[in-house]
Design a protein around this ligand. Structure first.
Ligand SMILES: Cc1ncc(C[n+]2csc(CCOP(=O)(O)OP(=O)(O)O)c2C)c(N)n1
Ligand SMILES: [Mg+2]
Length: 361
């Protein structure tokens, strides 16, 4: 069995065990910590709102926030991102507003994708973030194809595709990685191995030693990293991006992390894993590790933490109040943005819909 060492720099106590070669600036570290904190606070509120019946569904990135944020911080703004659904942090890092995010979670009339997706299936054309789709793994061939386009056009950009370890059991993973490898495209395939695909533990999903050896099988460089270590993610993604632009891509990165929360609001993890197991993984919490590091460097303290939390919670509360008052998307919007001219059969369906709506009003 192939042995790929795990890249790790940051201890659970927030000390650097060894110096990374590529280190983010203090400004990037603080911006990233804030994006991780914001992700956690928004996620917490969304789960409560779902329990109160205000929104239909919610997924959280609890314990995995560093994967999206540290990787995004190491990229260029023009790189295209293909997230799964636990990557809200990359939107916040790129400047997506809390209001826009919460309108999306409410699927209301101000949701930029007009309620056409489930909550947590965000996207932003302005921020080069391709909208999440529910079928697992489908974005892997899309990212490979987009990166091939970038190569042909000689763009100085790359595509980064995020997915869980469960997605690697899909055919799309193999088709996408193989295509990307053969065409030597500038892409990073970033796998968050959080130990579970809903209730199925990783040990029941594949017989290989994790995901990284699968990259070796397809002939591409593969890394295994501590996915809760901001510095390990930042350096690995930074180097992989640089090498992608030199024609040495694609890369497969397996980030070892842990899903501290439930899969989604439709899941009860107490049915398939113990509290002791979860408690043990809290020690590796990526937010705590980065906060302790920042505190030890004199870049953060209790007052800043308190002020930032208050600021974000106010922003979240305001956004929720606004979303509660926002009407759902107009029924006509269901028929928009696909055809330049609406075909006859859809015109008929639209008329029927409007008739029903009028009847209800
Ligand atoms: C093709 C497909 N099969 C099954 C599902 C149902 N499903 C939704 S999430 C999920 C687990 C995915 O696990 P993983 O890729 O490890 O991501 P994680 O949720 O752990 O972040 C499954 C099976 C789906 N959405 N799409
Ligand atoms: Mg998983």
């Amino acid at each position: 069995m192939s042995e790929i060492p795990t890249v790790r720099f940051l201890s659970n106590e927030g000390d650097l065990i060894k110096e990374p070669n590529i280190k983010p600036s203090n400004e990037v570290l603080i911006r990233s910590y804030k994006a991780m904190l914001l992700t956690r606070l928004v996620d917490e509120r969304m789960i409560v709102l779902q329990r109160q019946g205000m929104i239909s569904f919610a997924l959280s990135s609890l314990g995995e926030e560093a994967c999206a944020v540290a990787s995004c911080a190491a990229l260029d703004f023009n790189d295209w991102l293909y997230p799964q659904y636990r990557e809200a942090g990359l939107l916040f890092y790129r400047g997506f507003s809390v209001k826009d995010y919460i309108h999306h979670m409410f699927s209301d009339g101000k949701d930029i994708i007009l309620g056409r997706q489930m909550p947590n299936h965000f996207g932003s054309k302005n921020l080069n973030v391709v909208t999440v789709s529910s079928p697992i793994g489908t974005k892997i061939p899309h990212a490979a194809g987009a990166a091939y386009g970038m190569k042909i056009l000689k763009d100085k950009t790359i595509a980064v595709c995020y997915f869980g370890e469960g997605a690697t059991s899909e055919g799309d993973f193999h088709a996408g990685i193989n295509f990307a490898a053969v065409r030597k495209v500038p892409a990073i395939f970033f796998c968050r191995n959080n130990g579970y695909a809903i209730s199925t533990p990783a040990r029941e999903q594949f017989a290989s030693d994790g995901i990284a050896p699968k990259g070796v099988g397809y002939g591409i460089p593969a890394y295994k990293i501590d996915g809760n270590d901001f510095f390990a993610i930042f350096e690995t993604v930074h180097n992989a991006r640089k090498d992608c632009l030199l024609g040495k891509g694609p890369f497969l990165i397996e980030a070892m992390t842990y899903r501290l929360g439930a899969h989604s609001t439709s899941d009860d993890p107490t049915r398939y894993r113990s509290e002791e197991e979860v408690k043990k993984h809290w020690e590796e919490c990526p937010l705590k590790r980065l906060r302790l590091y920042l505190e030890k460097q004199g870049l953060w303290d209790k007052d800043k933490e308190q002020e930032t939390k208050e600021l974000y919670l106010n922003e979240i509360n305001e956004a929720i109040e606004e979303a509660k008052k926002t009407a759902p998307p107009p029924i006509e919007s269901l028929f928009e943005h696909v055809y330049f001219e609406l075909p006859r059969h859809l015109k008929k369906q639209l008329q029927e819909c409007l008739r029903f709506y009028k009847k209800d009003a």
